[in-house]
Design a protein around this ligand. Sequence first.
Ligand SMILES: C[S@@+](CC[C@H](N)C(=O)[O-])C[C@H]1O[C@@H](n2cnc3c(N)ncnc32)[C@H](O)[C@@H]1O
Length: 249
Amino acid sequence: MDPADFYTGIVAELYGPLKSFSQAPEPYAAFIQQVGMPALELGCGDGDPLLELRRRGLEVEGVDSSADMLERLRRRADDQGIHATVFHQRMEALNLPRRYRAIFLAGPTFNLLPDDATALAALRGIRAHLAGDGIALVPLFTPAPTPSEQIRRVSTAAASDGAELRVSVVAEQRDETARRQTTLLRYERHHGSDSSVVERPWILHWYTRDQFEKLATTAGLAVTAVTDPDGKPAPASVTDVLHYRLQAT
Ligand SMILES: C[S@@+](CC[C@H](N)C(=O)[O-])C[C@H]1O[C@@H](n2cnc3c(N)ncnc32)[C@H](O)[C@@H]1O
């Protein structure tokens, strides 16, 4: 399957109930307040943190490649009485009517782009949608292999209709040369005698700092800062999530 379609169908349905944590809105609220509006979240999914940012009165729009995730976002927005403008597009084929002072991803969603060519297309899209002195924020990390004792371990959650939801890692392949890890995930939904089971490859692709800076330069962007998520300067060796700030050259 196309990696941009991973979060569809049963995966979108189980995403909210099975997710272990939500991205904190604070770093993104601070970023928008510092660099200005309008702002755009790429890979906004079912609305974290976009809905909280909207609730705080920030002018933020969203983009996601999954119609199913956006449908869930719209339902949550309606339930909370929040107005949100979102677009069903891929970030590597961005074509929006506005330009933004702030463009960001919340958490390392950019690592879902499966190769350098797709990442370059996304960076070119970001460049084209930044207002003159706008700034982009791209969190990136280098994933660790799934520990062997976690392979086949099942996480469960209950759906609102009482169904049992399960997710587990079936197998994993890691290619250090291509900088790509493919984790085969199994999603299950069991309700009485009804069961659905789907297995999907979840791809993560990563970069050294140098490799990412070169892609950015090719896209007409310059890396102006690399920090930890709290905005503190990050040493080059850090393998946790790093926040890259980009500006048009
Ligand atoms: C891990 S989820 C994060 C969603 C949300 N920001 C959150 O923290 O709950 C990643 C989202 O990125 C979207 N996505 C993946 N590849 C994409 C692409 N190429 N273009 C746009 N969105 C993409 C997925 O559909 C999914 O909704």
